[in-house]
Design a protein around this ligand. Structure first.
Ligand code: XUL
Length: 539
């Protein structure tokens, strides 16, 4: 009876989910380690190192290694899992972040001593001790330089995205420009996913096309590095990049370190991927017409695509899907941390937050709060700061409704390019437990919203990918609907239908929200007459 493990190294913590597929399909175990709480010696806040420049966001790669070591120790110590049944392991990680390794990394990994903690053996493997992560927005200059060399149209057509500040290519260019010596000392640049996979196999892991599509370096059609992009990014880059291998590749087995230190079997390790491609699987998006909405540190909206279809506005992305097709994705940076800021500003807990949503009218009387505490990815906002339109800062409940409505209206408007009428929404991520937020999703998108047992769809998706690859290796491949069956089952209490009256309200509020956004970003027409007209209209 095999067990499959799926890890998810997110911005704020590391989760592991264990599943069994036989005799019954079920989640056996799930645990999360929060970086700030469990590893305070790294000094992170929400998993990110404090920095004076609001555009910069770095995390220590050593912290991710130590978290993995701790989690493997916790799995072994727990006693509820029969480790000997673990057949395959895979993982998911926050996308775009990069880990810079020296030539010593291969040597150190090949000779790990099971008697000593992992982190104490990695002290000289990094050419830089910090990793730029997806929240970093400090590479506008590099994006412009790469775009000038390659052309925006080609960038978007070849890689699925125009140049984005958080994407790995512009980050590598910045490092090569600002610290050419450090860059010269770097012999391998990993993504967070391939770095953690490398630790499991004690070797040099490849990246999968799903995560590699977040780099501005891979040709989406061939799943290989695009030569023109690699050249436009940094000198002599190709030899520093990992191989790109299909998502279902078995890349090795758990190394002697894990076997001898904790008693794991030499289980197959399957290529890791990005959190969004893994969520696509874990949220059951293996057919068109469904939208995934992940309410996490970042809020993302994603969809399965048979063929790549680019966002004409340039703010969305096409990534490769681990199932072999494509995924459309738009990322909103001000997700859960922005909701938390409002919750804290009005001294609420989450149940008080939900109560505020219940006690205020849909549409918020036309008043709008733009939630850009941090510089925003979609729409592009370079100077953070929230904006209120018609909202009294002292009115806590209205501000709570204001932030959630603005987030969801923004999601709906900026993801229309994904095509296919939305039949249903699969909601995942921490905030998906809040039913009031799901009602707003259902009403704004005019689609039924479902929730699932596994709160962390990325970790579940990684475990399901391990299962899929394992059966493939054994010559009895399963189709994806068979892989997810029994795991991606809507919770009984979910299935929130849109309320037709509220759908109409949001159809009327959407242009007001759009006008506020244009006013805040481009100084276009004053939206107050629209707000006043809405407030006067019969309820
Ligand atoms: C996607 C993105 C985020 C990170 C967060 O493009 O930047 O969703 O993957 O984990």
């Amino acid at each position: 009876m095999p067990i499959y493990l799926g890890f998810d190294a997110s911005t704020q913590g590391l989760t592991v989910t264990a599943i069994e597929t036989d005799p019954q399909r079920r989640i056996l175990f799930s645990r999360t380690l929060n970086y700030d709480e469990a590893l305070p010696h790294y000094g992170t806040r929400h998993g990110v190192l404090p920095h004076t420049d609001p555009l910069v966001a770095f995390s220590p790669p050593m912290m991710w290694a130590e978290a993995l070591d701790r989690m493997m120790a916790a799995l072994a110590a727990d006693g509820s899992l029969d480790l000997s049944r673990i057949a395959a392991v895979s993982g998911s990680a926050q996308q775009h972040g990069s880990v810079y390794c020296t030539a010593l990394a291969a040597e150190r990994l090949a000779s790990l001593d099971p008697a000593r903690a992992l982190s104490s053996q990695l002290t000289d493997v990094f050419s830089r001790s910090d990793s730029p992560i997806w929240m970093d927005a400090s590479t506008s200059r590099q994006c412009a330089a790469i775009t000038a060399l390659v052309g925006e149209d080609i960038l978007q057509r070849v890689t699925g995205s125009r140049a984005f500040e958080r994407f790995t290519g512009p980050q590598i260019r910045k490092y090569a420009e600002l610290d050419p010596e450090g860059y010269a000392r770097t012999s391998r640049i990993h993504l967070v996913s391939s770095f953690l996979a490398s630790l499991l196999v004690a070797g040099d892991a490849p990246v999968d096309p799903g995560d590699a599509s977040g780099m501005n370096l891979m040709d989406l059609n061939t799943a290989a590095w695009a030569e023109s992009l690699v050249h436009a990014t940094a000198p002599d880059l190709e030899r520093r990049l990992p191989l790109v291998k299909p998502s279902s590749s078995v890349i090795g087995t758990l190394s002697a370190y894990w076997v001898q230190r904790y008693g794991f079997p030499a289980a197959r390790v399957v290529a890791w991927s990005g959190d969004n491609p893994c969520s696509l699987v874990g949220a059951g998006l293996i057919e068109p017409g469904i939208r995934g909405v992940s309410l996490g540190t970042s809020d993302t909206v994603f969809a399965y695509e048979q063929e790549p279809a680019n966002d004409p506005s340039g703010s969305g992305h096409v990534f490769a899907s681990p199932t072999g097709q494509f995924m459309a994705l738009t990322c909103f940076k001000n997700g859960s941390l922005a909701r938390e800021r409002i919750r804290d500003e009005y001294s609420l807990d989450w149940s008080g937050f939900a109560h505020a949503l219940r006690s205020t009218p849909p549409g918020n009387r036309g008043r709008v709060l733009l939630p850009w505490f941090e510089p925003e990815i979609t729409p592009l906002v370079t100077n953070g700061g929230i904006r209120r339109y018609g909202l009294d800062p002292d009115d806590g409940p209205a501000n709570v409704r204001g932030i959630v409505e603005a987030q969801v209206l923004s999601m709906a408007r900026h993801t229309r390019w994904m095509g296919d009428p939305v039949r249903r929404i699969h909601a995942t991520g921490g905030a998906a437990v809040n039913e009031e937020i799901l009602h707003i999703l259902a009403d704004v998108f005019n689609a039924e919203v479902y929730r699932f047992e596994a709160g962390n769809s990325a970790a579940l998706g990684a475990a399901l990918r391990a299962f899929h690859a394992d059966t493939l290796t054994q010559g009895r491949p399963l189709r994806w609907p068979e892989v997810i069956q029994g795991f991606v089952v809507p919770l009984e209490s979910s299935g929130i239908p849109p309320n037709p009256e509220h759908v109409q309200t949001y159809a009327a509020v959407a242009p007001i929200h759009a006008a506020c956004e244009s006013h805040a970003l481009y100084g276009s027409g004053d939206p107050f007459p629209l707000i006043a007209a809405f407030a006067r209209s019969p309820a």
